[in-house]
Structure formats: C-alpha cells, structure tokens
Write a protein that binds this ligand. Structure first.
Ligand SMILES: Cc1cc2nc3c(=O)[nH]c(=O)nc-3n(C[C@H](O)[C@H](O)[C@H](O)COP(=O)(O)OP(=O)(O)OC[C@H]3O[C@@H](n4cnc5c(N)ncnc54)[C@H](O)[C@@H]3O)c2cc1C
Length: 246
C-alpha cells in the first residue's frame, strides 16, 4: 500500500489494547466487530425471484422455503447480494490462515508505516495442547499443568526479548519494515474484511469446524454469531444443510 496523505492523515487507533464495546472478544487481546452490514434474508429471496420478475417487500413462509431450497440445491448466487464488513484483531498466524479465503476484501494494519503492537498471544493453560497422529487426523490433547505453564512462560520471555530488539533497532534508526523481521507470528495484527454471506458461510464451514485450528475457530464462531443475527433464515438453512455453504 502506498504511503502518502491518504494513509498518514487518518488517525486510526490500530493494534492497541482497546477492545471496542460492540465487539466479541476473542483470545487474550483480540476481537471480532461487525463494522457495518448490508445483509438480510429478503435480499436472498429477491435475488432468486427476479428470475420470474417477482419482488417481495416482506418474507413469508414460502420465501423461507425458497431459502432452504436454494441452500440445499446449492444455488449460491442469491446469497451474494449482501455485505458484512468485519473489523478483526487477531494473531498474525490466524490472519495468515484467514487471508487464504480469496472471496472477500482485506485491508491490514501496516508494520511498515506504524509501530508494531506489543500485544502477543499467550494461550490460556487449557489451550496449550499436544499434537498426536498424522496430518489430516491429528488429535490435540491437553498437556499437564506444568508444561502448560512452562509454555506460557517461554512464550512470554521470547515475546519480551523480540519486542525489546524490535524497539532497540527502531530507536537506532532501522526502518520499521525491516525491524519487524524479529517479531513472531504470535504478535497481534488488525484488519478489515468485507465478505458476502456465501463466502462467509464457506469460511464458517471450514474454520469453525473441528478440523480447524482452535484459535481461528474461535474467530469463525464469532463471525458466525453475526451471520446468525443478520440473516437468521439463511443461517438456519445453513445449519440444516450440515453447515455446507451453497
Ligand atoms: C483445516 C484446514 C487446513 C488447511 N491446510 C492447508 C495447508 O496445509 N496448506 C495450504 O496451503 N492451505 C491449507 N488450508 C487452506 C485451504 O486450502 C483454502 O485455501 C482455504 O480454506 C480457503 O478456502 P476456499 O478456497 O474455499 O475459500 P475462498 O478462497 O474464499 O474461495 C471460496 C470459494 O470460491 C471458489 N474459488 C475461489 N477461488 C477459486 C479458484 N481460483 N478457482 C476455482 N474456484 C475458486 C471455490 O469454490 C471456493 O471454495 C487449510 C484450510 C483448512 C480449513
């Protein structure tokens, strides 16, 4: 992203410890906030009914049936006439998984232009886990309390050392874009994500699943709550369709 007035003049308080009131807290320093939405079940029905030059002002039972039919038979495009704009704060390793979802738009906090956050992810003791088995069929088991605490202490020590090096390099005149190389993927980042309900359901089906990494799963569950609030009939149909996106 280019530097210049457009970006330098906007006083966005990113990557601070502030958790906005209207957000769902996730992990130790993260959140999911629905910044804005243009989303309702009626748009699904009207997207489909335009085929017959029909339009509804309000949903009735037949429309609810239509939404269930569209979901079941995977007529996906009527679920695209809406938008959810999320504001998210998460560890970099979660964002990396998130950004693999190509159907949607992202803008992320820049560690070239702004100072990196000193917030880093430290899992709760019960989230420190072992990894057993083979790729595709791992199981994640709790570890004993001593190892959980030791892991948390190791992470804390590493984060402090990394951030101290980062700060020292920046103070010595090294560009932020280079000094950031020392920061681990447990550092928090922040981004906006705009996505339609079809791609959001695909994200939720993959990332709120048992097979997804626990940390991104928590974020996907938060996004899922907003989907359920904004488009309840669509959401029910998604559940009835075994959480398969159309
Ligand atoms: C549990 C899990 C483990 C994973 N492990 C790995 C891994 O080890 N390595 C790795 O690289 N990735 C991994 N991924 C990422 C995965 O491969 C996908 O990149 C990611 O889940 C995005 O899914 P998507 O393509 O369906 O989503 P989106 O990119 O949002 O796409 C949505 C849908 O649009 C369509 N679409 C989008 N782009 C195209 C295209 N170019 N051509 C055709 N159709 C398209 C598809 O129908 C797609 O399902 C993993 C994901 C999960 C959930």
């Amino acid at each position: 992203m280019p530097s210049g007035n457009l970006f330098t003049l906007v006083p966005v308080a990113v990557t601070t410890e502030v958790i906005p009131d209207d957000s769902i807290s996730v992990l130790d320093h993260g959140f999911v906030r629905l910044d804005a939405a243009m989303a309702d079940d009626l748009s699904v029905v009207n997207g489909a009914r335009v085929s017959f030059a029909r339009r509804r002002e309000e949903l009735d039972e037949a429309d609810e049936g239509l939404i269930r039919f569209l979901m079941r038979d995977r007529h996906g495009t009527p679920f695209e006439h809406n938008a959810f704009r999320f504001h998210i704060r998460c560890p970099i390793f979660v964002a990396r998984e998130w950004f693999r979802h190509r159907i949607g738009s992202f803008n992320e906090f820049s560690m070239r232009y702004a100072k990196a956050t000193d917030d880093f992810y430290i899992p709760e003791p019960e989230d420190v886990r072992s990894q057993v088995g083979k790729p595709g069929s791992y199981s994640f088991e709790p570890v004993d309390p001593e190892l959980a605490e030791h892991t948390r202490e190791e992470l804390q020590a590493l984060y402090e050392a990394a951030y101290a090096t980062y700060t020292r390099l920046v103070e010595q005149g090294v560009a932020r874009e280079l000094a950031r190389s020392v920061l681990p993927v447990g550092a928090y980042t922040e981004f906006y994500w705009t996505v339609n309900a079809r791609a959001l359901m695909n994200f939720v089906s993959l990332r709120a699943a048992e097979t997804a990494q626990r940390e991104i799963r928590r974020y996907a569950e938060a996004c899922e709550q907003f989907l359920a609030e904004q488009m309840p009939i669509t959401y029910d149909a998604f559940l009835a369709n075994d959480r398969t996106a159309p």
